[in-house]
Ligand binder design. Structure first.
Ligand code: FAD
Ligand code: SIN
Length: 531
């Protein structure tokens, strides 16, 4: 591999092309007409968690029946006492304005016969308030945003460009930086995956919008690009990170062994009245929560986990047989079709489901303005810990978080961008002393091992012994990977493995340090009362 012998200068460097990255790009491109904006994304333009979002985006749209106060309360209850109330209030009150912008950019949300937006419901919501596009809301959002980005003359959209590391004083001064020191971000090193060259991007502002890290688990709804790169890069750059122990497992991924990632059966299906049944066809949610099937996700996922452990069976069922088939098919055409391809006719068959990793609630600390603890480094979306979700994210609050914080970052920059200078002395990537990695299979083995460790020991229900085992095994993997990384020619899969190990280790450490069970964190040794 060659390090490219030049430095690419761009005013804004945006890493990631999900809802957070693209909405930030559009806002900056429209306002700063003379600025250069570069989006780098490691796969196709639209490959990201956003693309797979099904249920939709929550917002208080119909104020005659709903109110900001109710949405705020639902979010706080789901977050299990550790949301930042100011942030929750800000996000929920801004939501309708941000949603109108998405509509103006061309996102089509479904309407009812009266021509009003049709509002769905999901777990933890006390009202119908989820705007959606059938059961493919995320794909519709990506379509509309990419169409707008392609029209913008000052955006350079680079696909198959993989961000390896952020550039800070650490690279510029060659000094070891401690976590307490104030640092500045000067851009990033990016692997051009097609040309196999590392490019150096020097930027006035860097936006990290790299999404989550579901790929650390064996069963996840997240696509293969979700490898925690942003969290790991920020951690190496000494940014503040928190709440990584709060992992959200979606209760109802389709149980279809061999399919990876897992196909999601949207919570909106339960919002329409679908019922959970155990392996023998009996209802069970009434024994766990008064809200039954529409309790928050952490509660439903743990209830299913408990049922599976008790019965020794691999799945429970979602019963839609009593629902109006035509209405169901209209709202959920993708799910209906997927079931049919597997021979499941939802009019008479139950859908086999089980929980799967779905979302990471913690991440890089940001403030209201989407600023991280590193100067000129902003972050937005699933990669962050903004204070909105607390210990457990309320369904359909995530796409919302991305558009609100990307707007806030943009707005903050309208006030300070003119004062930011281009960095000087940004060193090019140094690839001396590396050799071609001949044994790619080692990367595959290690990647699988991370998934097994995390699923076995750092899953829905953890314990002190399990966490200790995970820590020891991940440390071994870290050592092996470091040796490989330091001497091998870089590749995306090697860098991803490094980030998977880092984030898996961090989730384990945060879990070890947590002394009370909350939301998406549950350590059986801390339980006083059995489920
Ligand atoms: P993403 O959309 O994941 O985008 C991250 C981007 O960063 C991608 O383009 C990726 O390729 C890129 N990237 C990552 N690392 C690098 C790197 N090193 N270099 C370059 N590029 C990189 N939330 C809701 O609110 N409502 C829903 O209905 C909903 N349904 C969901 C259904 C599924 C199946 C899944 C998986 C998630 C769902 N979520 C939903 C969660 C939500 O989709 C995500 O949290 C949200 O889309 C995250 O947006 P983002 O822009 O932060 O990240
Ligand atoms: C779903 O449709 O069930 C996913 C919604 C979400 O993750 O917010």
């Amino acid at each position: 591999m060659n390090a490219e012998k030049k430095v690419h200068k761009t005013d804004f460097l945006i890493i990631g092309s999900g809802i957070a990255g693209l909405s930030f790009a559009l806002k900056t491109a429209t306002h700063f007409k003379n600025a250069s904006i570069t989006i780098v994304t490691k796969n196709k333009k639209n490959e990201c968690n956003t693309k797979y979002a099904q249920g939709g985006i929550s917002t208080v749209w119909n104020k005659t029946v709903d109110s900001f106060e109710q949405h705020i309360q639902d979010t706080l209850i789901a977050g299990d006492g550790i949301c930042n109330e100011d942030i929750v209030k800000m996000v929920i009150e801004d939501a309708p304005t941000r949603l109108k912008e998405l509509i103006d950019w061309g996102v089509n949300f479904d309407k009812n016969k009266k021509g009003e937006y049709s509002l769905g419901r999901e777990g933890g919501h006390s009202q119908d308030r989820v705007l959606h596009h059938k059961d493919i809301t995320g794909a519709e959002i990506e379509r509309a945003l990419i169409e707008q980005v392609e029209k913008a003359k000052n955006i350079n959209f680079l696909t198959y460009h993989y961000a390896i590391d952020l550039i800070t004083e650490h690279q510029v001064t060659k000094k070891r930086i401690t976590r307490k020191e104030k640092t500045t971000c000067f851009g990033a090193y990016v692997l051009d995956e097609k040309k196999n060259k590392v490019k150096t991007f020097s930027a006035k502002v860097t936006m990290l919008a790299t999404g989550g890290n579901g790929q650390v688990y064996s069963t996840t709804t997240n696509p293969v690009v979700a490898t925690g790169d942003g969290i790991a890069m920020a951690y190496r750059a000494k940014a503040e990170i928190s709440d990584l122990e709060f992992i959200q497992f979606h209760p109802t991924a389709l149980y279809n062994p061999g399919e990876y990632p897992a196909f999601l059966i949207s919570e909106a299906v339960r919002g329409e009245g679908a019922i959970l049944r155990d392996y023998h066809g009996k209802r069970f949610m009434q024994r766990y929560d008064d809200r039954e099937e529409l309790a928050s996700r952490d509660i439903v996922a743990r209830a299913i986990d408990n049922e599976l452990k008790k019965s020794g069976t691999p799945n429970v069922y979602l019963d839609c047989t009593h629902l109006d088939y035509d209405a169901f098919k209209k709202h959920f055409p993708n799910i209906t079709e997927k079931c049919l391809t597997l021979g499941i006719d939802i009019r008479k068959d139950y859908i086999p489901v089980c929980p799967a990793q779905h979302y990471i609630c913690g991440g890089i600390n940001i403030n209201k303005k989407a600023k991280t603890s590193i100067k000129n480094l902003y972050a937005s979306g699933e990669v962050t810990r903004s204070g909105l979700h607390g210990a457990n994210r309320l369904a359909s609050n995530s796409l919302l978080e991305g558009i609100v914080f990307s707007h806030n970052a943009f707005y903050n920059l309208t006030k300070r961008f003119h004062k930011i200078e281009f960095p000087t002395n940004v060193p090019q990537w140094n690839d001396s002393g590396v050799v071609k990695n001949m044994e790619k299979i080692l990367i595959t083995h290690d990647r699988n091992e991370v998934k097994t460790i995390m699923s076995n020991y750092v899953g829905i229900v953890r314990s002190n012994e399990r966490l200790l085992r995970a820590e020891k095994r991940l440390l071994n993997l870290y050592e092996d990977n470091k040796r490989l990384y330091d001497h091998s020619e870089l590749s995306t899969d090697l860098c991803e493995l490094r980030n998977l190990i880092t984030t898996a280790y961090l989730i384990t450490q945060f879990s070890k340090n947590r002394k009370d069970n909350k939301g998406g964190f549950y350590n059986a040794d801390l339980i006083k009362k059995e489920l």
